[in-house]
Design a protein around this ligand. Structure first.
Ligand SMILES: [Zn+2]
Length: 266
């Protein structure tokens, strides 16, 4: 059994990483605490607690937070399990949390995501989701996957971008939607005050050597790049999209220092 790598980014924000030893995708998950509820972004690539102890990690982090803030939280304290998108390496652990008391697991189809967050229009609306004294902006982000969303946490000023923007391979499945999503994120970034501090995706596949990635299936990444990207990365992704092929063209890879854009339309 492997335990999650747990990092407290601040007293109310936890980064969890599924270890490479349990699955080569090694996705990052995030747990954010508010007064009324916590929200978990993604559940990892494994549905077996013995392989990756997700439930134990989430319960442990929530117990730690509740113990440290006894006067601050509502009772019962809820957990919302949401996703950056519906690919298997981000939702496989849902089953491990579905039976947890006080827990709501958001569905993974576009319709379920739209209904849960209450998008008045999709994907153009930005919807606030209140954890209790802590508001998350939920931004429609299809293009890598149809139900993808990006989350902005006003408290930490972190933009959580899943696989849409991360230091790795950015797989463009629907180019038109992907372009609109990056444009939407750039508009959101430029309108947000105070400024967005950092962008955290869900994988690290790049090495510390600019433009060089670890291939899929790699289980040991001794020289991996840091997860955090600057908000200006959105401009670089937008520019790279202009280089990719149109629908029907052969697959194209656009290699940049901190990501590789892969035209992967099907
Ligand atoms: Zn992924």
């Amino acid at each position: 059994m492997t335990a999650a790598d747990v990092t407290w980014l601040d007293p109310d924000t936890v980064q969890l990483r599924q270890p490479k030893a349990s699955h080569w995708e090694a996705p990052f998950l995030f747990l954010l605490f508010g007064r009324d509820r916590a929200i978990l972004f993604d559940t990892g690539a494994t549905s077996d607690e013995r392989v990756f102890a997700l439930r134990g990690a989430v319960d442990g982090a929530i117990e730690t937070w509740l113990r440290k803030h006894p006067a601050r939280f509502a009772r019962p304290y809820e957990l919302v399990v949401a996703h950056t998108h519906a690919h298997g390496d981000h939702i496989a652990g849902d089953a491990l949390l579905a039976a947890r008391p006080g827990t709501t697991v958001v569905g993974t189809t576009p319709a379920e995501v739209i209904a849960f967050f209450g998008f008045p229009s999709w994907p153009d609306a930005v919807v606030p989701f209140d954890l209790g004294g802590r508001v998350i902006d939920v931004i429609g982000a299809p293009g890598h996957e149809p139900s993808a969303v990006v989350y902005y946490d006003r408290a930490t000023r972190i933009l959580f971008t899943g696989d849409t923007v991360c230091p790795g391979n950015l797989y463009v499945r629907d180019r038109a939607q992907f372009v609109q999503t990056i444009d939407r994120l750039i508009r959101f970034r430029d309108a947000t005050k105070p400024r967005i501090k950092t962008v955290l995706g869900a994988h690290v596949e790049m090495s510390t050597t600019p433009g060089v990635d670890y291939p899929p299936g790699t289980v040991d990444q001794p020289d991996e790049a840091p997860l955090a990207l600057p908000p200006s990365i959105l401009d670089e992704v937008r520019a790279a999209l202009d280089v990719t092929g149109k629908h029907g063209a052969p697959k194209k890879r656009v290699v940049r220092d901190r990501f590789i854009l892969v035209d992967d339309q099907r």
